[in-house]
Design a protein around this ligand. Sequence first.
Ligand code: SF4
Length: 657
Amino acid sequence: MNKSYCPSLTEYKRRKTRVVNIGGLPMGGDYPIRVQSMTTVDTMDTMGSVEQCIRMIEAGCEYIRITAPSIKEAENLKNIKEELAKRGYNVPLIADIHFTPNAAEVAARIVEKVRVNPGNYADKKKFQVIEYDDASYQAELDRIRERFVPLVRICKEHGTAMRIGTNHGSLSDRILSRYGDTPLGMVESALEFLRICEDEGYYEIIISMKASNTQVMVQAYRLLVQKLEEEGMQPYPLHLGVTEAGEAEDGRIKSAVGIGTLLEDGLGDTVRVSLTEAPEAEAPVAKALIDRYTHRAEKAQPLKPICNVPINPFQYHRRETVEVENLGGTNVPRVVADLSRQTDVQYADLKCVGHLYSMLLDKFNMNDLGADFIYTGHNPINFMLPNGLKEIVNYDTWLTAEQREDRHPLLDAAQYIGGVERHEKVNFVLLTLQDLSSELLERLKQDKTAVLMLQTNNAHAMPELRKCFFRLMNNGVQTPCIIKRAYGQLTPDETQLYAATDVGGLLIDGLGDGVMLGTEFLPAQEKGEWLQTIDQYNSLSFGILQAARTRMSKTEYISCPSCGRTLFDLQETTAMIRKRTDHLKGVKIGIMGCIVNGPGEMADADYGYVGVGKDKIALYRGQTVIKKAVPADRAVDELIELIREDDKWIEPVQLVE
Ligand code: SF4
């Protein structure tokens, strides 16, 4: 199988792409990776749109996308553009088109770029499985060509660029019938349009493969690059994004898992982070993701190329490992919280790792973010740990500790090779790539008690850790591995984004049986601050596992970022729905601003809350509408009723402290 999808799996190199000129601000080639975002104000509100564009530009946006649902909005782009120019802003504008070729044809004469969704440009989504034979499939393609060619010609004539933006949630019935809901279907959906463009001699194209499922999204982009090469097509620039990522911490983590994973491999020429927040909040997140690669190539320590890639980068398979107690095998990836910088840990302090002590009842409860292990280094805990929580201590501390059977030692490579005394059941071994000698690999193969903690000091961290996994796999070592990363003083946003990229980039390929975010590089703090940091790291670890879809510990919200079509305040509504449902572990709820794209975009949500009109909400079970126009003030109650009917509702429990 041809597994090549990027310039290098070990060295930081950007994929060489074609330069596309977008209103004088080129994208691709050696140009910087561009930041872009989308307005949420009604496109007919010229002044409101202009004000919002200016806020976005000032926050770092280099291109701005504006929805054009019909001809009148497409025409109004001219007024927005002129008003922006009058105020000294010449940012390239992008018209966002769904379902309306006539609006696209108007917009393409006004703005610098149009975005079309191949899933709905010439198709109405019917949610039907239709069997297409070769002749009827070809007839559909001919119909699309006829509908799409006029736009291509207008773009060519006016020097307008185009994004062919596939969305996992809005593939056409034709694609679904032949390829299913798959990364290959997403790629083929774009290629159908791309072939028409190339036949017309039009190449000013950018492509995106967005999904809210990060695994699908990453696989689709990789497959796209491979297919472009295979078909001898141009190396078109890539627009990266995770759709409906959500808000706050979850939205940032999910975006980084998807976008960061691709950036690490040199893929991506522009980034749009979609958060259910004001659009000006998105650009700094995109910028923080991109800026990490500005000096990556100079800072990275060289790694030898990989000859044998033991995974399929286009499909998820978890690396096969032996089960060591509750680690590896089919166990969910575990969370190890680092408490080693904190002395004198008391019962109540374990709240920061999700284990809550009630003084009143004199017992512990565990919330959904209860860590599985704590690493205490040289500061072992002096009481019995609750809820099956286990402790890891440094090897020399373990040797002299009381109740050694209740604690697990952390050995270094020399201690491990040296054959020192061990715990009977689980021994953790802290290693880097350089430690993975043939002798050590042979030892690991015989050892049913070892669990590795893989770490690196290389600035090109994820690829080095990936190389560790590949070496283990190529040598037949099935020892479970915890991914360990540690960061110095970063902003909370940077910590979230970098950790989500480094750890998520491995989990997405089925690599990793746990995560530990180490605290060793953080400056000294007071106890209260430490507990807060550990709390954040613990929640971040669970968030990354969820965003990479490897362990569900919370309710998942797939909320759209909102745009000019949005029929309610998305941020406020999402907060309200969260407040009532965030204890429903593993349930996926889509919150979509409009009926036009909402049902398609919420993809694999279990339930959907979708705006259908002013103060009117449609409620969905999967892709089926159950209640068509519920008044907004009753909609959350009715949503809960729906969840209750499916026996998925549980009453929230107040944990007593
Ligand atoms: S689903 Fe949300 S972002 Fe997408 S078109 Fe509708 S309102 Fe806009």
